[in-house]
Ligand binder design. Sequence first.
Ligand SMILES: Nc1ccn([C@@H]2O[C@H](COP(=O)(O)OP(=O)(O)OP(=O)(O)O)[C@@H](O)[C@H]2O)c(=O)n1
Ligand SMILES: C[C@](O)(CO)[C@H](O)COP(=O)(O)O
Length: 242
Amino acid sequence: MEKKHCAAIVLAGGQGKRMGTKIQKQYLDISGKPLIYYSLHVFEQSQIIDEVILVVGSGEIEYVQENIVDFYHFNKVSRIVEGGKERYDSVWNGLQILKERRKSEKEESFVFIHDCARPFVNEEMLERAYEGVEKYRACVVGVPSKDTVKLSDRNGFAASTPERDRVWIVQTPQVFESSLIIEAYSRMMKEEHIQVTDDAMAVEQQMHVPVKLVMGSYENIKITTAGDLDIAEIFVKKYKFL
Ligand SMILES: Nc1ccn([C@@H]2O[C@H](COP(=O)(O)OP(=O)(O)OP(=O)(O)O)[C@@H](O)[C@H]2O)c(=O)n1
Ligand SMILES: C[C@](O)(CO)[C@H](O)COP(=O)(O)O
């Protein structure tokens, strides 16, 4: 089967409130390179990803073009767009580029939605995700939970305990047929109260298409708080990532 065109939407439009630093977390230094560098580097080298749509914060397009895209020669970055208030607003802004293009294209393509806050995505993961989306139309990478998970009631008491063998911690990339995710987001964005914390939820809720879980990596962590930066430094050194 011929390989389908794969676009990555890389999200870097957040404010990093939980990190609590003056500089937004996507630009924080990890072993001499900004956090945003790492996933863009993986996509630049990838045999799977053909182009990257980069979503950045308000007023940051020029800065990112000069200091990240041009500086590190990320030639697969085809567009840089501004994000929105919530993560899903940023995804929606990125999807607009593909939505416009789809009008003139007949071929199906795939979209890899990725948080730049997850620097340790790798090519094997992208390959597994490609196989997943080709077969199932929608897939997310994740890892089986090593811990027992409790759902709490509103008062902080354990309400139920899902069977651990079925609990997955999901990560990004989250990968979809372009037409499927565009339609899911188009429907969802019309709703008054949107409550999704990942892209799979849009497809589950709006399209009722089952989303396949494929193996990510326990090291594909999301850099969220200060302690995560120390772990990231260790992983960068371990994999001689630079
Ligand atoms: N409005 C937003 C919010 C988040 N993101 C991106 O989505 C990813 C996951 O979000 P998160 O880790 O929560 O980042 P922040 O929103 O920056 O962090 P916080 O919630 O602590 O403010 C990050 O790569 C972030 O840059 C985005 O593009 N646009
Ligand atoms: C999409 C995600 O990375 C999957 O784990 C996660 O839900 C993003 O959450 P955040 O609160 O926007 O960081």
